[in-house]
Every structure is written in structure tokens, then in C-alpha cells.
Write a protein that binds this ligand. Structure first.
Ligand code: BG6
Length: 792
């Protein structure tokens, strides 16, 4: 029997009383932006679904559409959307018609602009509740409005439309949640003044996609199978992909500010990455545990570098921007519409496994998926025709969370039959057995266990239901949001002024956007041919000929930077070989800074025959920071070279800047220790090769102009001060450098042109320009200077 007052309101609203049970209180749902595009496409339908699913569970509802438009216009716009509400397949048409009618009766439109409008809404909700004798359970405010409007609406809700104590408030926010770490923090701080963290539900609609929402439960239910293989020993790589065919016409004012990384990678694909990589909490539906684990995983993401990404822009993008944003013909946008990013994690579980995140507009197909490719060590001697898909270790092993569209045109979970037979929640996923001959990712569907949802549900409908149930693990908390921006912002900054590769779009893209992974970096497979030489060289097939001449009366090698680095790397290999032939060892001291990084990568990637086993690596200079600090020269050497090559550990000699748990303290005698080590291992303390750079102020190693130490005297290794941070350094002194058999100086980039010009004419004036004091006593000096540094 229904409580009397509930019967009253249900009658009042035209709802058949027998469908309701005991009243659990009333819920008011306020959709802000009720006439907008998102509301039209998804939100009203999601709210209708909520009503269908939950009305018989004891809550009563009213729905209030709010927007800026005045009453008549707004109402018309909103009802235009509402008349298109569709009936889900699992609801009988007659029942659906009745429910739709009820839903419409429970829905009104109101202009929500001013504080008074919110106060009136509040008053009306209260009056209704009092009249009908209902308890208030809670209020949901769905912000389907641009973020610049958030603060004002939040203020009005907070001051005039909060539910009374005992009832909950849930405000639902749609992205973008900021533009970078700073703006996201600002927005979060602002919202915090109006709402409690538990009141905010930040939507990432990918968390409502059935295949994505199923990742954690799937991992949980299949722990038995996954525990042994969900790690770097078994997983070869993971692809997280959202490809789209649409362009961004009519959205350029948003898109031009955001681009592919902010629009899709920072949120949707990152969240998917987290679900895949986080350590599984004991209870995967406990929001706090999931969040804690997610934050730990964020902390283990390796920093992204410029070469962690390849970016593209579809060809017609500029014309769309010029047209919609009234820009002149000379306006060229740098906003990427395509991004491929390589992510690594520093965790025992995932170290070394490449996670490839890709998304783009105007590509050849629309599809979203996660593909986990497992390593396969088996070699099968029998013919493929006899391989049994279930037991054979020869076929590819893959686990796929198919998010949607594409060839399957449905969400799905696919597990290669030779991996395991998964456990799926019986009621919501069913096995797909037809279409066995279709192929996906190189295998027939019959080679997989394939599961599809029993009923396909839209992501927004799922999320709206979760908001109603207060399931916060499907939403983005402030900490989660900021962790994600913290990860992405440096890459966005690095790329801000770079020009993405232009692609024609669709099938015509061919292989233009294919990219490859090597040495922890990504690059396009089809390299851009750079027109580097002048017209005379157009005919020459070998465009990148290096020019050799003299610099400071010494050997000069010059070319475009890429070629120069290639040449330098191969010269180093030649020298290493000959040193080893002569003495069995090759001692090379390397400088820090950014110029040698390209060299390290070149050595790591292309010199498979390099005699690392007999090579000793030393540092010319080091910053007084822990070796794990991003500023550490050793850290960079490790990251870009050492960890990719097979140099014996005992041949690696970092500078001892961190002794006795403190940095560069005189009494710890770090310089002496290093000098002694050199004395003990390097014959006559004469290195086979010392590689130097040159700073714009003429410094080399960490010997700065007017340094009181290191430019002369007996000390071989010294502490110095740099004018820029980190100030304290340890470095080879000039006399030690000048003892070397070879000293090679690398200078690259336009920024070095002035100092290169100065030094080319300067005499031996180390106090003024320490680099000019590099004059090996009996060894050889060579200058590797690229065209930009040499010619400006
Ligand atoms: C949105 C992005 O968040 O996600 C869009 O702003 C993108 O640019 C969309 O098209 C993709 O979502 P779906 O559900 O179509 O895969």
C-alpha cells in the first residue's frame, strides 16, 4: 500500500500508483543546458532511461530543463528534443508509450539565469514536496553548459537551491575541466568554494562505455587467468585507440583551443590506460580504493618527452578555422587533430611495456578499442592448417576491449582462445558465435572467445544511472583530474609551437600517419623529406653531404643536425673499435646538457655492433642533484643510452655528487674520489675520447666564464658554480680534458651561432670563454658544428 501523500503526488503527476512501491523520497533532476546539443543527443534519453529503470524502485522524480532562453522559446526547443525520445528494445512499445507520457508530464522547462530563478525553483520543489507530503531524497544538477558558465551557476545553486539537510546534492560536470594543469587547478579551486568533493560528479563518458566500464570487473573476475600474465614479462604492447572519420566543423571554436590531446587523450584514453594498468584493489567497486590505486598509477607514469608523440592535422582544418573563426588567409593553426603518444610506466609490473594512445579526426574509419598483445615465444613446426585455436600456442594472443563502431559495430570483449576462457557476468554479456569467419586484428573471430552486451546501453544512460546510485568510481575526482593534467601539460607545452604533420584525410592518408616505436620514442614511419640543400644540390641524390673544413685551425665536420649526429656516432664507433684493438678498452667521457641526447639516441638505436662490452662510460660534468633527478646528466645518459645498450654495469662511472646522503659537500671529497677512479682505470688519465658541448656564454663541461677553479692548476675534477640552476656542479677541469687523446666538441642549433662565431675568432682565453681553453696537449680536437650553429 502506498503512503497516502505519495499516492497524491503520483496522481497529481498522472502516474499509475500501482507501479510504485514504498516511497524512498523524491528526486529532482535539473538539466542545465536542456536545449543544447548534448542534451538533445544523449542526456534526455539517458534521463528517460533512468526513469524507466528506477521509477518502480520507490523514488519519485521530477525533471526540470533549464537554459538561458526565455520560457516560450526554451520550452519549444526542449520539447522538440523530447519528442524524439526513443524506446529501448527491451521495453514493450505499449509500456514505453505510457512511460514516455508520464516522463513528459514530470518534466518542465524554466529559464535559469539569475539567482532569483534558482530561488524560485527551490521554492517550487519545496512547495511540491510539502503539498504532497514527500521527503526529499536529493537533487541532481547536470551542467551541460560551457565551463565559463560553471562558477555563476554553482554560486546560485549553492546559495539558493541546495536541498535541505538530510537530502543529497549531486552536481554533474562535463568536460573540458581546464586546459592545462594551472587552469584545471583554478577551476577546481573555484568549484570547491561551492561544492563538497563528494557532491561533484565529473563525467568522462568513456567510463560509461560498456567495454570500458567492464575493464575492472573483467580483470577482477579473471584474476586467476590474468594474475600470472598481466605484466611486462607477458604483455608485448597495448594499444588504446579512438579513430574517427568526422572533422571538427562547427566545433572549431572549442577545438582550436584544445586539439586532439586535450580533447581525447588527456581524459578518455588516459582513464582507459588507468583501468588497464592500476593495481587491482580488493574490491573494484569501492570508489575510494579504485581512486587510490589510480593515483598510484598516475605517479608511476614516466614523463613524456617531445619525441613521445607524433602529431598531425587534417588538411582542411585551417580552412575550417578561418571560416568559422573569421581568421585571415595567413592564419595557420598548430592545433593537432591527430595524436599518437607512447606512454611508459615505471612500475615493476609494466616497466618497458609500450602503451600506445592514438586518436584522430578525419581518419579512414571510426573505431575505438583497447588491444593488449601478449608475447608469443612459441615456434610451431607444423603447418598452420593443423593448429588448434584453443590449445595452440602458435596463434597470436590478444585481449581486446572493443569500445565500439568499426567492423564489429558493437562493444565487445575478445580473448584469444589460446589465452584462456574468460568468466563474464552471466546476465549482461553473451557469447557471440555467429560470424566466425570475420577477421579482427589478424585473427578469425572463431579464434577468440567473443562476448557482446546482452543489451547495448549508451554511455550517458549508464553514467546517469551511476549518478543516481551515487557510484563515484565511474567519475573523475579532483585529484584524478589534476594528476592527469600534471602528466599531459609538459608535453602540451613542448609541442605548443611545433607544426603537426598535415594529412589529407580518410583513405588518402595512406601510411602518412603510421608511426613506429624505437628506443622509447615514436616517429612517423614515412619520414618527411626535408629540402635542405640549395638549388645546386637538387640534382645530387645524396642530399646530405657533409662539408669538411677547418675551425680554429682544427678539424671541422658540419652538416644538418641529423646528419651531423649520424656522422658523429659513426666516428665514435670507429674510434672505439680502434681503441679496443689497441688496448682492449675504450674510455669515453660524455657531457651533459641537451645536445648530446640526439647522439645518445643515435648510438642506442643504430649501432648494433658498437663494442659496449669493452666501453667505459664516464661523465665530463654533473649537476649537484640526485641521480634520479630529471636535471641529472647521468639520469639522461642512463635514460637515453645506458638502459638501451649492453654496457656492463661495472663500466659505468657516474660522478659521485651524492655522497653520505648529501649533495656536493666539499668534505665528502667527491672530486677526489672521481679523479682517483679515473687514475686507477684510465691509463695516464688520458681518455680515448672526451665529448664536450659549448654554452651560449662560452662555457664547456661545467666550466663557466671567470670560474676561480678548473681552468688551470693541478686539480683534475672540481666543484664549480653555474650561473643557472642547479648552480652547483662537479666537472672535469681543463687540464684533465686537455690530456685526452681526442676531444670532440658538438655545437648545434641557431642559438649557438653567436658563440660559435665568437669562438671561431677568439684566441686562447679560457677565463672569458672556457671553450677556447680546450687545446689537447698531445691529442686531437675536432669540431662537430651543424649548419644552423655555423651559419645561423
Ligand atoms: C568527445 C570529444 O569527448 O568524445 C569528441 O570531445 C569525440 O571530439 C568524442 O568525437 C568521441 O566520443 P564517442 O562516444 O563518439 O566515441
Amino acid at each position: 500500500m502506498l503512503p497516502r501523500a505519495t499516492v497524491g503526488v503520483l496522481f497529481f503527476l498522472g502516474i499509475v500508483p500501482s507501479m510504485a512501491q514504498e516511497s524512498r523520497g523524491h528526486i529532482s533532476v535539473v538539466l542545465l543546458g536542456a536545449t543544447g546539443d548534448l542534451a538533445k543527443k544523449y542526456l534526455w534519453q539517458g534521463l528517460f532511461q533512468l526513469y524507466l529503470d528506477e521509477v518502480s524502485n520507490g523514488h519519485t522524480f521530477t525533471f526540470h530543463g533549464g537554459a538561458q532562453a526565455e520560457l516560450e522559446r526554451g520550452r519549444k526547443l526542449m520539447y522538440d528534443h523530447l519528442k524524439d525520445l526513443a524506446c529501448p528494445l527491451d521495453v514493450l512499445p505499449n509500456r514505453c508509450a505510457v512511460m514516455k507520457d508520464q516522463f513528459l508530464r514530470l518534466t518542465d522547462y524554466r529559464q535559469l539565469k539569475t539567482e532569483e530563478d534558482y530561488a524560485t525553483l527551490n521554492q517550487e520543489i519545496q512547495t511540491l514536496l510539502v503539498q504532497e507530503g514527500l521527503e526529499e531524497a536529493g537533487r541532481i544538477f547536470y551542467f551541460s553548459v560551457p565551463p565559463f558558465a560553471y562558477a555563476e551557476i554553482a554560486r546560485h545553486i549553492n546559495s539558493s537551491c541546495r536541498p535541505p539537510s538530510g537530502a543529497w546534492l549531486r552536481v554533474v560536470l562535463e568536460k573540458p575541466f581546464g586546459h592545462d594543469l594551472h587552469s584545471a587547478q583554478q577551476l577546481a579551486d573555484e568549484l570547491k568554494t561551492f561544492f563538497q568533493e563528494e557532491e561533484m560528479y565529473r563525467v568522462d563518458h568513456y567510463l560509461g562505455k560498456q567495454a570500458v566500464a567492464h575493464i575492472l570487473p573483467f580483470r577482477d573476475q579473471n584474476r586467476k587467468h590474468l594474475d600470472p600474465i598481466w605484466n611486462r614479462h607477458h604483455v608485448e604492447r597495448v594499444e588504446i585507440v579512438l579513430k574517427e572519420t568526422v572533422d571538427v566543423k562547427n566545433r572549431t571554436s572549442f577545438y582550436e583551443e584544445y586539439g586532439a590531446i586535450r580533447d581525447v587523450l588527456q581524459n578518455h584514453l588516459t582513464e582507459v590506460l588507468m583501468f588497464l594498468t592500476m593495481e587491482l584493489p580488493a574490491n573494484v567497486s569501492n570508489s575510494e580504493d579504485v581512486l587510490r590505486s589510480k593515483l598510484q598509477t598516475f605517479a608511476s607514469l614516466q614523463d613524456l618527452e617531445k619525441n613521445s608523440a607524433v602529431l598531425g592535422q587534417y588538411e582542411a582544418y585551417n580552412s575550417h578555422v578561418r571560416e568559422e573563426l573569421q581568421k585571415g588567409q595567413d592564419y595557420f593553426s598548430r592545433t593537432p587533430t591527430f595524436a599518437g603518444v607512447l606512454v611508459h610506466l615505471d612500475s615493476l609490473r609494466w616497466e618497458g611495456v609500450p602503451f600506445i594512445l592514438t586518436s584522430g579526426k578525419v581518419l579512414d574509419e571510426r573505431v575505438g578499442y583497447v588491444r593488449v598483445v601478449f608475447k608469443n615465444q612459441a615456434y610451431c613446426t607444423q603447418h598452420e592448417a593443423t593448429w588448434d585455436p584453443e590449445g595452440s600456442q602458435c596463434k597470436p594472443k590478444q585481449l581486446i576491449f572493443y569500445i565500439g563502431h568499426g567492423e564489429l559495430n558493437s562493444p565487445a570483449v575478445l580473448v584469444s582462445r589460446n589465452l584462456f576462457k574468460p568468466t563474464m557476468p552471466g546476465s549482461s554479456w553473451k557469447e557471440l558465435l555467429d560470424r566466425p569467419q570475420e577477421r579482427l586484428f589478424g585473427q578469425r573471430l572463431s579464434d577468440y572467445h567473443v562476448y557482446v552486451p546482452v543489451a547495448e546501453r549508451d554511455a550517458y544512460a549508464i553514467l546517469i544511472s551511476r549518478i543516481y546510485h551515487g557510484k563515484k568510481e565511474s567519475f573523475i575526482t579532483t585529484e584524478n583530474l589534476l594528476a592527469s593534467w600534471q602528466f599531459w601539460t609538459p608535453l602540451l607545452t613542448t609541442w605548443a609551437n611545433e607544426v603537426p604533420r598535415v594529412y589529407p584525410g580518410g583513405q588518402e592518408n595512406g601510411h602518412l600517419l603510421d608511426f613506429e616505436i624505437a628506443g622509447g620514442e615514436v616517429s612517423f614511419v614515412v619520414k618527411e623529406t626535408l629540402e635542405v640543400m640549395d638549388a645546386r644540390d637538387r640534382q645530387t641524390p645524396d642530399k646530405y653531404k657533409t662539408i669538411q673544413s677547418r675551425f680554429r685551425q682544427s678539424h671541422l665536420i658540419t652538416a644538418w643536425s641529423e646528419e651531423l649526429v649520424t656522422r658523429l656516432a659513426s666516428d665514435i664507433e670507429t674510434v672505439a673499435m680502434s681503441a679496443i684493438r689497441r688496448s682492449g678498452e675504450f674510455h669515453m667521457a660524455l657531457s651533459g646538457g641537451s645536445s648530446p641526447l640526439a647522439l645518445f639516441k643515435q648510438l642506442a638505436l643504430h649501432h648494433y655492433g658498437f663494442p659496449w662490452r669493452h666501453t667505459h662510460l664516464w661523465l665530463v660534468d654533473e649537476r649537484c642533484v640526485p641521480l634520479s633527478d630529471p636535471e641529472s646528466n647521468f639520469g639522461n645518459l642512463y635514460e637515453h643510452l645506458i638502459r638501451h645498450v649492453r654496457v656492463p654495469y661495472f663500466n659505468v662511472h657516474p660522478m659521485p655528487v651524492h655522497l653520505n646522503r648529501r649533495l656536493c659537500v666539499e668534505e665528502d671529497k667527491g672530486p677526489e674520489l672521481y679523479a682517483n677512479e679515473i687514475g686507477a682505470l684510465v691509463a695516464n688519465a688520458s681518455f680515448d675520447l672526451v665529448l664536450l658541448g659549448v654554452g651560449t656564454d662560452g662555457h664547456t663541461a661545467s666550466l663557466f666564464p671567470h670560474s676561480p677553479v678548473g681552468l688551470e692548476g693541478n686539480q683534475e675534477v672540481v666543484f664549480t658554480e653555474s650561473p643557472i640552476k642547479p648552480h652547483q656542479r662537479m666537472t672535469f677541469a681543463l687540464p684533465l680534458i686537455n690530456k685526452a687523446k681526442r676531444v670532440w666538441v658538438l655545437a648545434m642549433g641557431k642559438g649557438k651561432h653567436d658563440i660559435v662565431t665568437v669562438v671561431s675568432r677568439a684566441g686562447n682565453e679560457p677565463k672569458k670563454w672556457p671553450i677556447s681553453g680546450v687545446n689537447p696537449t698531445s691529442g686531437q680536437i675536432a669540431w662537430y658544428v651543424d649548419y644552423e650553429a655555423l651559419l645561423g
